[in-house]
Each structure stands twice: as C-alpha cells, then as structure tokens.
Design a protein. Structure first.
Length: 118
C-alpha cells in the first residue's frame, strides 16, 4: 500500500530530504543548495503513490531542516557582504583615496645613474 522505499532510495527524488530529517550532519552545503524545496513540497503533498502520515511528517521535518540551513547560509553571506561594505566605506578612509603628489610625480631633473652602487 505504501511504497516509501521507492521514493527514498539512495537516488530517489526524496532521498536528500530523508537524510536531512534523520542524518542532518551527512548533508553537505552542495546538497543543501541542490534541493529545490518548492518541487519537493509538491511531491510530498500530492504524491503519485500514497505516503504514510508518519513518513510525510519525517519528510516535512527534512524540508524544514534544509530550509533552516539555507537561511543560515544566506544570513552568513549577507553579514559578510555588509561587513565588507562597512570596511570599504568607513569614515576617515575617504581622504586617503588620493595619492600624494610626490608619490606619483617624477622629478623634473634627471641625473646620471651611478651604476657602481647597484
């Protein structure tokens, strides 16, 4: 009646979701970003074969854990971007964008080079 072994085999459509529900530490960052949660939720809510209520509960727990990790990664990326913007545009550093005149201007008089000192 319930064909969950077909859905959650190692290469099944809901395998990563099942792993997220039961062995969250096994999922890598790449696995998290591969999961399309919209399609996955559609597969759980309207499956081709019947899924037991307990199994669908486990799968929804996996969806929530994957969503949580995606939100954590997004927060970390945004925090890093904000920190870099704050470091770039901090006060007091705007005056140092101009180079000193002596640093970029060649001297007007050229003398013979002393090749002995090199």
């Amino acid at each position: 009646m319930f064909y969950t072994h077909v859905l959650m085999s190692k290469r099944g459509p809901l395998a990563k979701i099942w792993l997220a529900a039961h062995w969250e530490k096994k999922l890598t960052k790449a696995h998290i970003f591969e999961c399309n949660l919209e399609i996955t939720i559609e597969k759980i809510l309207s499956p081709k074969v019947k899924i037991a209520l307990r199994t669908s509960g486990h799968l929804l727990l996996g969806v929530v854990r994957i969503y949580n990790r995606k939100a954590k990664y997004l927060l970390a990326d945004c925090s890093e971007a904000l920190l870099k913007m704050k470091m770039t545009f901090r006060p007091g550093i705007s005056e140092s964008f101009e180079a000193a005149y002596s640093a970029i201007t060649l001297p007007e008089e050229f003398h013979d080079f002393d090749t002995q000192t090199m």
